[in-house]
Design a binder for this molecule. Sequence first.
Ligand code: ASP
Length: 416
Amino acid sequence: MSDSSTPPNLYRRMPLWAKILAGLILGALTGVLLGEQASVLKPIGDIFISAIKMLIVPLVFSTLVVGITAMRDPKKMGRIGGKTIALYLITTAFAIAIGLLAAWLFQPGSGLDLSFDAPVEAKEAPSLVDILVNLVPQNPIDALSSGNILQIIVFAIALGVSLTLIGEKGEPVVRLFESFAEAMYKLTELVMALAPFGVFGLMAFVAGSYGLDVLLPLVKVIGVVYLACVMHVLVVYSGLLKLLGGLNPVRYLRGSLDALVVAYSSASSSGTLPVSIRCAQKNMGVSEGVAGFVLPVGATINMDGTALYQGVVAVFVAQLTGTDLTMTDYGMIILTGTLASIGTAGVPGAGLIMLSIVMSQIGLPLEALAVVAGIDRILDMARTSVNVAGDLMVTTLIGKSENELDLETYNRKAAA
Ligand code: ASP
């Protein structure tokens, strides 16, 4: 007979967020202790990441079809779409502005003498017309198999609306999707049981592969990015939740924790999507329709952390190279940074590549990217967490404004 204080029992009784957080801390410590040898633990993390990625397409598709049919109001969908895009754009512009302000205040690049000569090619900013044309899938099966989230969203909405319009005749298909979505929620729960171990493996690998010699010269820029990220979440997100939604931000932070830790350790906001959907529905009480629409759109186009990071690094490089930035340059950084962040894929390292768009717009040397490339993963983890935090904040706010947020769940003391 085991008594209640034995470790396995203690583990079972810990809430999931505490287990995941413990995985993060133990993983980081293990990585520091083992150094590069900690890479043997990486496969544990890789298995976990593959398992959540496996959920993305079926989960998004079924949740959205069920959500749309439950809403029974195409007009409401249009309104939610408008609010989603507006809030995503506004918060992204705020994020870059905070990044610029922090870099201007703390001057992370002044006094540094780093050489760089590796040539880097600039990316092209995505054109709005291309984005619009690509929204409509020519072949929905193709969109599902290649994981094109925006096309999947468009098809799921169209299918959901059609099922609503045909009424009784659509019932069997709606029930099929309901049952399929339930199975996906269950599967997400099962996969999440692996999260503490997966996060442990990923963190051990990251902490083990970065030595102090790489981190120390750039410690100031790392500090500025992290500080600006925390400020953005605590000031902008919490402030908007309180001001526009009258919601307690602490509940939002607590409810988002699982997703934030998975985002931090995996550096992939797309990969974190199933966890975010679960947090929004289970911990925050957002409806299927709103969570199933707003979160996948956000994981594809809303990258506040990436935008913020682009602001900091652009100013950092300007300081490094002794370039004076004018007001027009700052405006340009906000504009191109917003566009570049929209075009950034939610996968590790994508933001670094898109940063070249911003840098070439204001004439900064692209070679300087090599300086931050060495520490990119450390910055990527922070910006990915903010990307996910931003999606969850907007989802909660829209849920509240559309009466699609269960306040009892949101205000519940302990989130699972
Ligand atoms: N890794 C980030 C994400 O998945 C994108 C980036 O590199 O900025 O959200």
